[in-house]
Each structure stands twice: as structure tokens, then as C-alpha cells.
Design a protein around this ligand. Structure first.
Ligand code: SF4
Length: 192
């Protein structure tokens, strides 16, 4: 598969160029707070596994971020390392968990206060979504189109519109159903 295709140093720039909004938001929160709650770790951790992080890279990635916050290395190894190995099918029932689809993110486990997981098109307050899109330099007309789709509860189409606007294409000829698909399509366009 694609294991080992990306390096940890690339993640910040990839998160800006090729991550869907849900994952960009999770990445940014992790970098800012040096922590993510369980729902966020699952959604983002499995996505990163899907784009090709190995277990060793994932461990290094999460540990180095968490120890910048309130968690020391010892606590990390006791409280969090297990769940990362678990994600890769190395613990418990040894299920090799697959990254969440859009439908799963949109319909299950809605975020509550202090959570950063979920689908921003579905779960963010429209006013906050608008502000975020402004910060991410989406044009005012693009933002109106996205908010119109959100209002009609077409969350994946809103996400796809965001894709088109941020990749400068008229019409993405795929039907978005998965955050990892978003990443693959983005990389395909950016690598020409
Ligand atoms: Fe993420 Fe899918 Fe929502 Fe886009 S539509 S932000 S890929 S969950």
C-alpha cells in the first residue's frame, strides 16, 4: 500500500493543501492544544494511517505533540500508546480499523464542547464556518455557495465545492464520500 509514502515533516503543509476541512481542523487543534480528545484522535489518527503513516511514524507524531502539552512521555506511553497500536490492529481484537467515511463522520458521534472532530460543514455553526473559510482565503462568492449547500444539508457537496475552490478547478469529476478520497484526489491534481 502507501505506508511510508509521507514524512512527518510534510504533514503541516499537506494539511493546508490537501486535507479536507475536518482533518485540517483536527490537525490545527492538535498543533495548538497539543492534545485531542478520543473522538478526534480516532478520526484523525485513522485518516493519517490511511494516507500512509506507519505505526512507528504515528507513535512519534502523537507522542511528540502530546509531550509539548500536559502529558509527559511516561504518561503518554501508559495512557495513549495502547490506543494508537490498537488503531493499527496491534492490540485487543487486532481489528485493522479503517478510516471513517464522510457519512460516518456526519451521522455518528456528534462533537460536543471541547471536541474538534466531526464534519465542519455539518457540525460547525454557519457563522463560525464562514469565519473559518474567510481565514482559509475562500472568496466571498465561494463562501456563499458553500453556505447555500450547507443550508440545504448537502454537506459533502459543500465540501466538494471547497475542494474545487481551493484547487482552482471548475468541476471535480468525482463524488466525495471519504476524507481519504479527498486527499488522494487533491494529491493527484497537485502533482499534475
Ligand atoms: Fe470531512 Fe467528509 Fe465533512 Fe468533507 S464532507 S469535511 S471530508 S467529513
Amino acid at each position: 500500500k502507501n505506508v511510508g509514502k509521507i514524512s512527518l515533516e510534510q504533514i503541516d503543509s499537506l494539511s493546508v493543501k490537501s486535507f479536507p476541512l475536518c482533518m485540517r481542523q483536527l490537525h490545527q487543534s492538535l498543533r495548538e492544544n497539543h492534545h485531542l480528545r478520543h473522538g478526534g484522535r480516532m478520526q484523525y489518527g485513522l485518516f493519517l494511517k490511511g494516507i500512509g503513516l506507519s505505526l512507528e511514524q504515528a507513535m512519534q507524531f502523537w507522542r511528540s505533540e502530546f509531550v509539548k502539552g500536559k502529558v509527559d512521555a511516561d504518561k503518554f506511553d501508559k495512557a495513549y500508546a495502547y490506543s494508537i497500536r490498537h488503531m493499527f490492529g496491534k492490540e485487543g481484537k487486532r481489528t485493522d480499523y479503517t478510516p471513517y467515511s464522510c457519512i460516518k463522520v456526519i451521522l455518528s458521534n456528534a462533537p460536543s464542547q471541547g471536541d474538534h472532530h466531526g464534519c465542519p460543514f455539518r457540525h460547525s455553526d454557519p457563522e463560525l464556518l464562514k469565519q473559518k473559510l474567510q481565514v482559509y482565503k475562500v472568496s466571498p462568492s465561494g463562501i456563499s455557495q458553500i453556505l447555500e449547500l450547507v443550508k440545504g444539508m448537502h454537506y459533502q457537496l459543500a465540501c466538494q465545492k471547497y475542494f474545487e475552490l481551493t484547487h482552482n478547478i471548475e468541476d471535480s469529476n468525482f463524488s466525495l464520500s471519504h476524507p481519504n478520497q479527498y486527499f488522494v484526489e487533491s494529491q493527484r491534481i497537485l502533482s499534475g
